[in-house]
Design a protein around this ligand. Structure first.
Ligand code: AMP
Ligand code: GLY
Length: 424
């Protein structure tokens, strides 16, 4: 079968790498792709926002499955437009993508279907939001309702910080995304991300991973898209996975179907493991980036067969098996990220880094210029390794990182610290 993958990040490189290994693959295309992806796929210069152009390409090239990597095209209704044209697509409808696109929508779903999450209220004006935040007391969490590229959440440790965050949202710091604000109870515990494939009716549990959102070692500094990840997350025991499925994932799928918006694709649950058990922080409607990189390294089964089963409503026939090894990904970013940074700086020695045993160097923000790889974004590479423990995967990943010759890049040196501390 011919497949079109949508996206251009490290997540999509990992997906392309894994899809390319599938025995049922004919030709893999990617729009727009990146130089790493182009080793596995034919990259296309199609504007992803032009849904009609994508439909025409799929018809011409007999595409049997479109796999959508990022959330923005899903929230913009790409899956709906493909489906309307009779083209199978792995990813939710715009209605179902509200699970990521609107924090208020997800909180209301949790309330209606009894899914454990922090207490909350939705507001469209500052005075009422402030009054509720004062009533809750610090720490309290302030969230812009819509998509804000991971920057719309403030965990306010003081009332002053909470008041400032509420004002920022309503004064337009996040544009339209902040026209509505959710004020939420602070949940205390260890975070973990848990992933499932969904076919509208059934959910197939995948595995867990842990991201590192802050830019600096020791989890300090501003939030980023994710500076590194490992899988599995030791905090997610079998017992907690079973509870997450029973109390959070399955009620969500049932609820979404009842609301007339059945969910197909990857459901990514951001969880806080509190003293009471797993509670939902947020949903994403796609694989995590860089969580996908570590998951694809550990997946033993065919990702394309799994995605096809999700699209064909046949997930109940499938299982997903994982290598016992841990995987760990270190993101290399351009100096200055997540603030302003340069593009177009030369990166050398990628082949030597990728040649290390059980290492893959996934490209994110790169492009080719005169036969040379140069940086083209904030997060640029995802250096990913397997190891028999997280500690060993970490050693191998940093060996590879140290082979990459890129003057203008940096990375965190402590990815995996929570897990390696448990192992030592
Ligand atoms: P998000 O952008 O929604 O992923 O949120 C960013 C981060 O804020 C999460 O990864 C958590 O660390 C934190 N966070 C969000 N909601 C809560 C909450 N209710 N309690 C504690 N921390 C939270
Ligand atoms: N790494 C966090 C995310 O993909 O949302």
């Amino acid at each position: 079968m011919n497949v079109l993958l949508i996206g251009s990040g490290g997540r999509e490189h990992a997906l392309a790498w894994k899809i390319a290994a599938s025995p049922i693959l004919g030709t893999l295309f990617c729009a727009p792709g990146n130089p790493g992806i182009s080793e596995h796929a034919t990259c296309l210069d199609i504007d992803v926002e032009n849904h009609q152009a994508i439909v025409i390409f799929c018809e011409e090239r007999e595409i049997s499955l479109v796999v959508v990597g990022p959330e923005a095209p899903l929230v913009a209704g790409l899956a709906d437009d493909l489906k309307a044209a009779g083209i199978p697509v792995f990813g939710p409808s715009a209605a179902a993508a509200q699970l990521e696109g609107s924090k208020g929508f997800t909180k209301d779903l949790c309330a209606r279907f009894n899914i454990p999450t922090g207490a909350y209220m939705r507001f469209n004006n500052a005075p009422k939001a402030k009054a509720y935040a004062r009533q809750m007391g610090a720490p309290v969490v302030i969230k812009a309702d819509g998509l804000a590229a991971g920057k719309g959440v403030t965990v306010a440790m003081s009332m002053n910080e909470a008041m400032a965050a509420i004002e920022d949202c309503f004064e337009g710091a996040f544009g339209e995304a902040g026209a509505e604000v959710v004020v939420e109870e602070f949940l205390d515990g260890e975070e973990a991300s848990f992933f499932c494939l969904c076919d509208g009716t059934n959910a197939l549990p995948l595995t867990s991973a842990q991201d590192h959102k802050r830019v600096g070692d020791g989890d300090v500094g501003p939030n980023t898209g994710g500076m590194g990840a490992y899988s599995p997350a030791p905090v997610m025991t079998d017992g907690l996975i079973a509870r997450t499925m029973d109390e959070i994932i399955n009620p969500t799928l049932k609820g979404m179907a009842e609301l007339g918006m059945p969910f197909t694709g990857v459901l990514y649950a951001g969880l806080m493991i509190t003293q009471k058990g797993p509670e939902l922080i947020e949903y994403n409607v796609r694989f995590g980036d860089p969580e996908c990189q570590v998951m694809m390294m550990r997946l033993k089964d065919d990702i394309l067969m799994l995605m096809k089963a999700a699209t064909d409503e046949l997930l109940w026939t499938m299982s997903a098996r994982w290598r016992d090894e841990a995987a760990l990904c270190v993101v290399m970013a351009a100096n200055g990220y997540p603030g302003s940074y340069k593009k177009g700086t030369a990166i050398r020695n990628l082949l030597a880094a990728g040649a290390l045993h059980d290492v893959e160097v996934f490209h994110a923000g790169t492009r080719e210029q005169d036969g040379q790889i140069v940086s083209n974004g904030g997060r640029v590479l995802g250096v990913t390794a397997l190891g028999s423990t997280v500690t060993q995967a970490q050693e191998q990943a940093y060996l590879a990182v140290d082979l990459v010759d890129w003057d203008d890049g940096f990375c965190r040196r402590d990815i995996g610290w929570r897990a390696t501390r448990r192992e030592s």
